[in-house]
Design a protein around this ligand. Structure first.
Ligand code: FES
Length: 112
């Protein structure tokens, strides 16, 4: 797959939907030194920080149920749409990032 291209007005091109997801519904990508978890739910793409706010675990490796992802290490739940921490042991949200689709092309805008 092609690497993310240069940022244009803050948006970074990730490639086509097929390049990003293939047959999977979750994907981890490093974008501008930030590890991002990308999730495909009902045809919509959501992007949050991939590293859990509670420890060193990748949320893209967790189980997804609806709009919630379960951290694979201690089972804390995050909302994919907002990055909001929903359950203990989580005490901090993760960042949610902007996602835009232009035809089949996927773009991301990292949160501050
Ligand atoms: S590392 Fe994610 S809940 Fe503990």
């Amino acid at each position: 797959m092609s690497a993310p291209s240069e940022a244009v007005e803050g948006w970074v091109a990730l490639g086509s939907m097929a390049e990003v997801f293939g047959t999977r519904a979750c994907r981890s990508m490093k974008i501008e030194e930030v590890q991002i978890g990308l999730f495909l739910v009902d045809g919509q793409v959501y992007a949050i920080d991939d590293i859990c706010s509670h420890g060193n675990a990748r949320l893209s490796e967790g189980d997804v149920d609806g709009f919630e992802v379960e951290c694979p290490l201690h089972a804390g739940l995050f909302d994919l749409r907002s990055g909001k921490a929903l359950t203990a042991p989580l005490t901090r949200d993760v960042r949610s990032h902007g996602v835009r689709r232009d035809g089949d092309a996927l773009f991301i805008k990292l949160a501050d």
